[in-house]
Design a binder for this molecule. Structure first.
Ligand SMILES: [Fe+2]
Length: 289
């Protein structure tokens, strides 16, 4: 795989590294153990929202903190051509998108179109998206390649990573009377032309630059969708300050503070975070100065 092409916007769809299958089997087994009533994709519809959130939090934490699971996933990176010695990982995160979630107004923010950097993710971040079971056409997510080099008015200037963490991060169940989480999104409806519909079978995965504009599709499949999302950066990209231009990202903070290297499990050095983030000034500020 041409890794540098990723930062120029190339999308590697339907990758099928052989080492993904044994890892996926372990994830399916763990998932099944949290939904013993039957097929997890069907059981979700029978649970209340708090019940589902509780199960998913326990499972999510188990996967994030499991050394054996991480160990089992490392060959996937290697097989795709990534050097484990220079990879910093955020987390292997499981996600559940219930059937018809898009009809629930409280879940509206889940489907917001966005770039991950609007949520303080680094400009050079790469993402894997891995369906745990088959995901049919139209039930995965969409990428909007025409916007890779095009700025979009958005409210990422309201996003502060520190505040986001205090309010509970993603899938937060904390409620504050005086403060609300900000989910950055475009300020107007975009032209949905030349979008790429991302869906695939279990055993396949996609790799793309998180700067790509993307958003979850409505789920009308009749089944809950379980996926894994893996966000990571490469040391060489941080050192040489490469990545898509900061066209329209005005978020504050950096999720690099939580990333750690796969071999030594050490965090990204603070000096390297500063070196990288100082190299990326929003285009608008450049024009203003
Ligand atoms: Fe995203």
């Amino acid at each position: 795989m041409d890794i540098n092409a990723l930062l120029l916007g190339k999308i590697f769809n339907r990758l099928s590294p052989a080492s993904l299958n044994p890892f996926l089997l372990q994830i399916q087994n763990r998932l099944q153990s949290y939904f013993p009533e039957g097929d997890p994709r069907q059981v979700v519809a029978c649970l209340s929202s708090p019940q589902l959130l509780t199960r998913m939090k326990l499972l999510r934490d188990e996967i994030i903190f499991s050394e054996p699971l991480l160990h089992s996933f490392c060959p996937v990176w290697s097989e795709l051509g990534f050097d484990l010695n220079e990879t910093f990982l955020d987390a292997i995160r499981i996600r559940c998108v219930p059937d018809k979630f898009h009809e629930n107004v409280e879940a509206k923010s889940v489907s917001y179109i966005h770039r991950d950097p609007w949520y303080a993710n680094p400009q050079c971040q790469l993402n894997f998206w891995i369906p745990i079971y088959d995901v049919e056409k139209g039930a995965g997510f969409s990428i909007y390649p025409p916007y890779f080099k095009k700025a979009i008015p958005n409210n990422s200037d309201l996003f502060d990573y520190q505040e986001w963490l205090e309010l509970g991060g993603f899938q937060s169940n904390k409620v504050f009377s005086d403060r609300k989480q900000i989910f950055p999104a475009p300020l107007y409806n975009l032209d949905e032309v030349d979008t790429v519909d991302i869906h695939s079978r279990a055993g396949e995965m996609i790799c793309f630059a998180s700067h790509h504009l993307h958003g979850t599709s409505p789920n009308r499949s009749g089944l809950a969708r379980f996926t894994l999302e893996v966000r990571f950066v490469l040391r060489s990209h941080l050192e040489s300050r490469v990545g898509p231009k900061k066209l329209d990202n005005f978020s504050k903070g950096s999720t690099l503070i939580h990333m750690y290297d796969l071999i030594r499990h050490e965090p990204v050095p603070k000096a390297l975070i500063k070196h990288y983030e100082d190299g990326f000034v929003p285009e608008k500020s450049r024009q203003d100065s």
